[in-house]
Write a protein of this length. Structure first.
Length: 374
């Protein structure tokens, strides 16, 4: 959940990803879709109630700022989100909701708690996981998450130890490695309210008076200030927050729709941060994050594969080919066990990567509706 400063081709990438499956502002919606008119000051949701099951929102950004839309359960747990909705464009969000009380929120400028509305779901509906293949998908993805969180806590512990030991070179080498495991499971991590920004906020994401903590605060001190002698408390808090994420992530099971939305959301992360050099602006280790986001998207699709092949084998073949194209474009920038620094890539290199991600995003954007049976 970041505010991007996009370079020219990055803007094109973001708009292309935002536009996947969208229409121009003001277009009609179907009877079973809830229209959301988002602006710089308002979040007008056409309905405040829905029947249990899969619920589709169509969000149109009528403002001048990039906007986001969220559906929150109790405790600000994110049930679904759409980020980076450019002005004059629309995006759809499909979520699976059981009976209960929720909140919807638009976030103009992608900052703050958002403009919120109460939303109530009533009745009952068969869970998507009553489909055996979708139930297996959620179980398989949970195993994937546990493997990643185990490595995340191990590598973050090593990174924090280096920071607290004032071993700058060791901390620099461990920074992109620890973040790899974070970026692979970011859809899970983002679902837990304020923990994601505490761990991953960039300096420009902060609201007035908000303390800057997490990976990127330490990143700036490692590469710019070149002094982490005062970062012990920040490092300790980072490890505490990561452990909390790990504990929470291992205790929940995402729905099949959340897997589908997460696969797409990770590609949006690439287009609005990694491909622009905005994410790791001090270390320039963006390609580690880029690759991790793509791998995380693959992980979600891999879990869903048996169900997707049954529903649309041709789409799965297309997705596989597009993932392979992204991998081929990225592998050109391999450097040993890692990747070249972002500032070593040319504009042509970055455009090739951007085009490959855009081509992948289009078929990935169809997965949620397929899983929902729409």
């Amino acid at each position: 959940m970041h505010t991007p400063r996009l370079i020219v081709f990055g803007t094109a990438a973001a708009l292309a990803l935002t536009a996947c499956g969208s229409e121009k502002a003001g277009s009609a919606t179907t009877d079973d879709t809830i229209a959301v008119a988002a602006s710089d000051t308002e979040c007008n949701v056409a309905a405040s109630t829905a029947a249990a099951g899969t619920v589709t929102f169509k969000i149109t950004n009528k403002g001048s700022k990039i906007n986001e839309f969220y559906v929150y359960a109790e405790g600000d747990r994110i049930m679904g989100e759409v980020e980076n909705i450019a002005p004059a464009l629309s995006r759809e969000l499909i979520v699976e909701l059981t009976a209960g009380t929720y909140e919807t929120a638009c976030k103009p400028g992608m900052l703050g708690k958002g403009i919120r509305n109460a939303f109530t779901v009533s009745g009952s509906a068969p869970a998507l996981t009553e489909d055996a293949k979708l139930a297996q998908a959620t179980a398989d993805y949970q195993r994937y998450v546990k493997s990643q969180t185990s490595a995340l806590i191990e590598q973050t512990t090593a990174f924090v130890t280096a920071v607290k030991g004032n071993d700058i070179e060791q901390a620099k080498s461990l920074f992109p490695i620890a973040r790899t495991y974070w970026e692979r499971i970011e859809p899970v991590a983002e679902s837990f309210g304020d923990l994601d920004p505490a761990i991953d906020a960039r300096e420009g994401d902060l609201e007035e008076g908000q303390e800057w903590t997490g990976f990127h605060k330490i990143e700036k001190d490692l590469w710019v200030t070149k002094d982490v002698s005062k970062d012990g408390a920040v490092a300790d808090q980072l490890l505490t927050d990561v452990q909390t994420i790990v504990d929470k992530a291992n205790s929940i099971t995402l729905s099949p729709i959340q897997l589908a939305n997460g696969a797409k959301g990770l590609l949006d992360e690439v287009a609005t941060g990694k491909i622009t050099g905005e994410e790791d602006r001090y270390s320039h280790t963006d390609l580690w994050d880029f690759n991790a986001n793509v791998e995380g998207s693959k992980g979600a699709i891999a879990a869903l594969r048996p169900a997707l092949e049954e529903k649309d084998a041709t789409l799965v073949t297309t997705i596989d080919a597009k993932f392979a194209a992204v991998d081929t474009a990225l592998e050109k920038h391999r450097d040993g066990d890692g990747w070249k620094l972002y500032n070593e890539l040319s504009q042509a290199d970055l455009k090739e990567l951007s085009d490959a991600v855009n081509a992948l995003a289009e078929p990935i954007s169809q997965v949620a509706a397929l899983v929902a049976g729409k």
